[in-house]
Design a protein around this ligand. Structure first.
Ligand code: NFH
Ligand code: CA
Ligand code: ZN
Ligand code: ZN
Length: 157
């Protein structure tokens, strides 16, 4: 879920940096490629570009953590992200009590793409076909973004 109390509306730049941590569920190289693919979903639909950083002052920190709020053990909430901003702004956290996969439930690429939508400033959609719909759906269409998702990211950047 997005944390509106700290987020701004959008990043004031088009090149956004990120740095990632890892889960024991997958090889690090797999996490790297799934995260990069999730960012490229938004890069392809907008004027944004995402650059992996190796310094801690990256815009978006990708982390995995267990039983700290709002996480709740296996199932339930899968991840959360802060809207654009300094410090924790843009940071994206995955519940490490989930089983993260590159295929079946829960698919890290699909969840990351949703979370990165929040990290860019997008809210939830009421359209079940949209990536920004608040419930996880494993059988997502090939083109992850709905026309609404594309319209919303381009209305923002
Ligand atoms: C399977 N569990 C769910 O479908 C849960 N939904 C989520 O964990 C959202 C992330 C999904 C959409 C990737 C939380 N969210 O909005 C983060 O930005 C519940 C619907 C149970 C809350
Ligand atoms: Ca959970
Ligand atoms: Zn969400
Ligand atoms: Zn967190």
């Amino acid at each position: 879920e997005e944390y509106s109390h700290i987020q701004g509306t959008r990043w004031n730049k088009n090149v956004i940096t990120y740095i990632g941590r890892y889960t024991r569920d997958l090889p690090r190289s797999t996490v790297d490629s799934l995260v990069e693919s999730a960012f490229s979903v938004w890069a392809r639909a907008s004027s944004l570009t995402f650059v992996r950083s190796h310094t801690r002052n990256a815009d978006i920190m990708v982390e995995f953590h267990g039983d700290l709020y709002p996480f709740d053990g296996p199932g339930g909430t899968l991840a959360h992200a802060f809207g654009p901003g300094l410090g924790a702004g843009g940071d994206t956290h995955f519940d490490d009590d989930e089983h993260w996969t590159a295929g079946e439930t829960f698919n890290l690429f699909v969840v990351a793409a949703h979370e990165f939508g929040h990290a860019l400033g997008l809210k939830h959609s009421r359209n079940p076909d949209s990536l920004m719909y608040p419930t996880y759906r494993s059988s997502r269409p090939a083109n992850l973004l709905s026309r609404e998702d594309v319209a919303n990211i381009n209305a923002l950047y």
